[in-house]
Design a binder for this molecule. Structure first.
Ligand SMILES: [Zn+2]
Length: 469
């Protein structure tokens, strides 16, 4: 089976071959934890989860690494507040009366909770930038020793003029690039697109560490190169991120790889499109932020969102509407009902004739073949519905569907034929009341009772969610 993935490096689908036979290293740019991760952010993580699950489905051993940006940055590095130049971590801390470290903890938890609701596989390594300062300093030092930097009052700057291919990855026209559109943090930069590897002389900044260039903090881009190389080696298979990262963040990562090791680090660069809300990008300033917990509060099973995401191709993105979510929710319900009825009608596997095996194999090929073609999940999903309508036996349909669900991640194996019983719902309500009254011990007793009955209750902000274990 040949796998093709759209590689931003060549702007086309290319045949994907792992560097080391059956092992694949994947690095995904992860969340910045100064605020809630909304469904727009989660879109990307679901798509990359599908990539990881699919490669594992094909029996590759995948090591999935994701970073958590928990160090504040300045506007000039494209991560501070665009209007004020303020560090968003510190802004968040002030807003909520917490320390920057508490802010990071709080939003890491919110991210993980959202990821769990969406059945996103936990990355093998989830690495925090603040815990890899030494690696970032070592990398910046290496780049400096190789002659790719200069010093300013603001810190250590990557000199893009030393890397003639700087504009190539993003196909930037540097002549047309202007610095005037953003707040410039370092007026001494030689080229506007030069970027800071280490930032110094920021007395107001709270998160600070010692370095050969003075007390300060790393530039944003350096963390991804430092941590991907630490966990996956100088040359690894796949690097993923949002399309908005092509022009700056990934361009700078490529420059850093070149500056440190004479070559950039990833064989394949994959980029996802965006989830938009009625055509607009979701953002706090537009006031259209929707969290996974909001969907649950509105009575949706969060896996409906996962299903909806699977109906879009990762590079195309998705236009989110409540109608679309309702339709996805109905489709998911139908899929679960199908599993339920297949379970009832499925008998022992009858004798497998050559003809039958051929049919099963053809359906499998259809599903796997779509995904091997740059993860064409909409086509893969359509082939599942077709397969379910075919004349295969219940046993074979169920067998295949549950097998494919390892990629879909819709928890179909856990589907009970019965809905959640009234008794369990009442217990969950009772527990919710006890929690509101801060009667934690009693609430915990009720939770255990729910769990003994084979169900699981999960809390989300002010609400909760039930499912069978
Ligand atoms: Zn990154």
């Amino acid at each position: 089976m040949e796998i093709r993935l759209y590689n931003t490096l060549g702007r086309r689908r290319q045949i994907f071959k792992p560097i080391k036979a059956d092992r694949i290293g994947i690095y995904s740019c992860g969340p910045t934890v100064y605020g809630n991760q909304h469904i727009g952010h989660m879109y990307a993580y679901v798509q990359w989860d599908v990539l990881v699950r699919f490669l594992r489905f094909l029996d590759f051993k995948v090591r999935w690494v994701m970073n958590i940006t928990d160090v504040g940055h300045l506007t000039g590095d494209n991560l501070g507040d665009a209007d004020t130049g303020e560090d968003k971590m510190e802004k968040g801390a002030r807003r909520e009366g917490l320390t920057v470290w508490q802010i990071a903890e709080k939003y890491i938890q919110q991210f993980l909770e959202s990821a769990d609701f969406l059945n996103i596989t936990r990355p093998d390594i989830l690495c925090r930038a603040s815990r890899h300062i030494k690696e970032q300093i070592d990398l910046a030092k290496r780049i400096e020793d190789n002659g790719f930097t200069y010093r300013t009052k603001t810190g250590l700057v990557f000199d893009t003029a030393k890397f003639p291919d700087y504009a190539r990855f993003a196909r930037l026209d540097l002549k047309k690039q202007r610095a005037g559109e953003r707040v410039e943090v370092d007026p001494e930069k030689k080229q506007p697109w030069d970027f800071l590897l280490w930032v110094t002389n920021q007395p107001e900044h709270i998160m600070k560490w010692d370095s050969p260039w003075g007390v300060g903090f790393p530039g944003w881009h350096i963390e991804c190169t430092a941590m991907s190389v630490k966990y996956l080696g100088k040359q690894f298979d796949i690097h993923t991120g949002g399309q908005e990262h092509i022009g700056v963040h990934h361009t700078n990562e490529i420059a850093q790889g070149h500056g440190a090791y004479g070559a950039q680090t990833a064989n394949f660069w994959l980029h996802n499109g965006w989830l938009k809300l009625e055509g607009a990008k979701i953002s706090k300033s537009l006031g259209n932020v929707i969290l996974v917990s909001d969907l649950i509060a509105r009575g949706f099973d969060p896996l409906s969102l996962r299903y909806l995401i699977l109906t879009s191709h990762y590079r195309q993105g998705l236009d989110f509407t409540w109608e679309g979510l309702k339709a996805a929710s109905r489709a998911l319900k139908r899929l679960r009902e199908t599993v339920g009825s297949l379970k009832k009608t499925s008998r022992e596997r009858s004798h497998l004739t050559a003809d039958k095996l051929k049919k099963i194999e053809a359906w499998r090929q259809k599903f796997v073949g779509s995904l091997a073609d740059d993860l064409a999940m909409p086509q893969a999903l359509a082939s599942i519905w077709e397969m379910l309508k075919s004349n295969l036996t219940s046993y074979d349909k169920l067998d295949m569907l549950l097998d494919f669900d390892e990629v879909l991640g819709l928890d179909l194996a856990a589907v009970e034929e019965a809905e959640i019983p009234e008794k369990i719902r009442i217990l969950a309500e009772k527990r919710q009341l006890l929690r509101k009254e801060k009667k934690w011990t009693e609430a915990d007793k009720v939770r255990k009772e729910i769990e003994r009955s084979g169900f699981e209750v999960r809390d989300t902000g002010s609400s909760y969610w039930l499912r069978s274990k």
